[in-house]
Design a protein. Structure first.
Length: 426
């Protein structure tokens, strides 16, 4: 497998049992959206518990291109300071937007506040089509008009007005963009079938602390009473812990065995997943400051289907498939959200996993162990799953393209090593 001389890799050797404790940092899928929300109001913001991941400076560079000042000098402590002086140019260029999917989250704040926006179509992980039709349809219902030119989405409006909007699907991105635009819409916006993820609640909570008037936070119906442009103010906020990173360390315990306390993991945010981990034979114990995950012996196979929150998130699926690959029995995994998101299966097969895919389904026949081999991380979560697989593979697993992992995980190698994994980055 050819590589450039400067490419870093992660080496994992069969490990276990794991023990000790590991701290979960802030959620990538919240921090990036909170950063975009600072476009809504002038002032100084301090965002704490910000994950030290590659996507944060990418979003910071985008915000700076729009006119915001970002101070990341204390990122080693999870502290990000953002200053919005009001000198914003509502144009997000392709060379920045194409790097991360979350860049589309500047659409709602810029349109709602300035009445105009030009944003390149977003990039990010490539696992199937994820159009922004629902984002645009919701904003059009509030009075916006969109055109497309040279790969950009161009939106204009006099002032958005309240509307009753029902999403065809509880899209996280559409919910976020409609929510951040509606805070300045004249009148009341009712958003039905809204996404309910904890990261949505985190964003709405920050918006309320900035002066927004939002009801129904945490439910499938958000009611936003618009305020006048200029009435919001800056606020400080702590990023909610990352439930996917928490699940990653729990899945590591599942395959390698042992007992690990996952500090700052919020069990309520992973309720369905933790039930399925229990069904597989793990012991999950919530505590005041996290969750204790225990596993001894081989896991049991189960059937799993991804669904919108509070169901099993698609981000968990690579971890579940990895656990099933060494579980006792046969498990069927059904992907109901992104049909293209089985592209990592070939990499697990290189490690000896017995997986067959058919459309939306993967049939996983568990084996007692896997065997180490060179593999590539196709995206953030699949990359982490390959690291977890390496813990139960005989020999050495070498993961390439780990820049994907760096986009969503803060020191995955160091955290796993701290609980006993035989892992290094070279």
């Amino acid at each position: 497998m050819p590589k450039s001389p400067s490419e870093e890799q992660i080496l994992v050797r069969q490990s276990g049992p794991l023990s000790g404790s590991v701290v979960v940092p802030g959620a990538k899928n919240s921090a990036l959206k909170l950063m975009a929300a600072t476009l809504l109001a002038d002032g100084d913001y301090t965002i704490t518990n910000t994950p030290h991941i590659a996507d944060v400076p990418i979003m910071a560079t985008l915000l700076e291109a729009l006119g915001v000042v970002v101070d990341s000098s204390r990122m080693d402590q999870g502290i990000l300071r953002i200053t919005n002086s009001g000198s914003i140019t509502p144009v997000a260029p392709y060379e920045l937007v194409e790097k991360i999917r979350a860049s589309i989250n500047v659409l709602g704040p810029l349109l709602g506040r300035f009445g105009e926006v030009r944003v390149a179509m977003p990039g990010g992980d490539d696992f199937g089509s994820r159009p922004i039709d629902m984002h645009l349809a919701g904003l059009e219902a509030m009075g916006a008009t969109f055109t497309f030119a040279h790969g950009d989405v161009i939106g204009v409006c006099e002032r958005l007005h309240g509307a009753e909007i029902t999403l065809e699907f509880p899209s996280v991105g559409a919910t976020e963009n409609i929510l951040t635009a509606a805070v300045f819409a004249k009148g009341t916006t009712v958003l039905d079938n809204a996404a309910r993820e904890p990261e949505i609640t985190d964003l709405a909570t920050m918006l309320v602390s900035m002066g927004a008037d939002i009801e129904g936070i945490g439910s499938g119906t958000l009611v936003i009473h618009g305020v006048e442009v200029g009435k919001l103010h800056s606020a400080d906020h702590r990023v909610v812990p990352d439930r996917v990173q928490a699940a990653t360390y729990m899945s590591a315990v599942g395959v390698a065995g042992g007992e690990v306390k996952v500090i700052d993991a919020i069990g309520e945010h992973m309720d369905m997943l933790l039930k399925r981990f229990t069904d597989m034979g793990m012991r999950i114990t919530p505590t005041e400051d996290g969750v204790i995950a225990e596993a001894s012996g081989r896991l049991k196979s189960i059937d799993v289907a991804t669904l919108p929150y509070p169901g099993i998130a698609t981000d968990y699926k690579p971890l579940i498939v990895t656990m099933l690959s060494v579980a006792d029995g046969v498990g069927i995994v059904t992907e109901n959200l992104y049909p293209g998101r089985f592209r990592y299966v070939e990499e697990l097969q290189r490690l000896g996993a017995d997986i067959r895919t058919d459309g939306h389904h993967a049939v996983v026949r568990g084996r007692e162990s896997l065997s180490g081999a060179p593999v590539r991380a196709p995206d953030i979560r699949a990359g982490a799953a390959l690291v977890v697989a390496g813990l139960v593979a005989k020999g050495t697993t070498v993961i390439h393209d780990i820049h994907h992992i760096d986009r969503g995980y803060e020191d995955l190698v160091g955290r796993l090593r701290s609980i006993g994994a035989d892992i290094e980055r070279i």
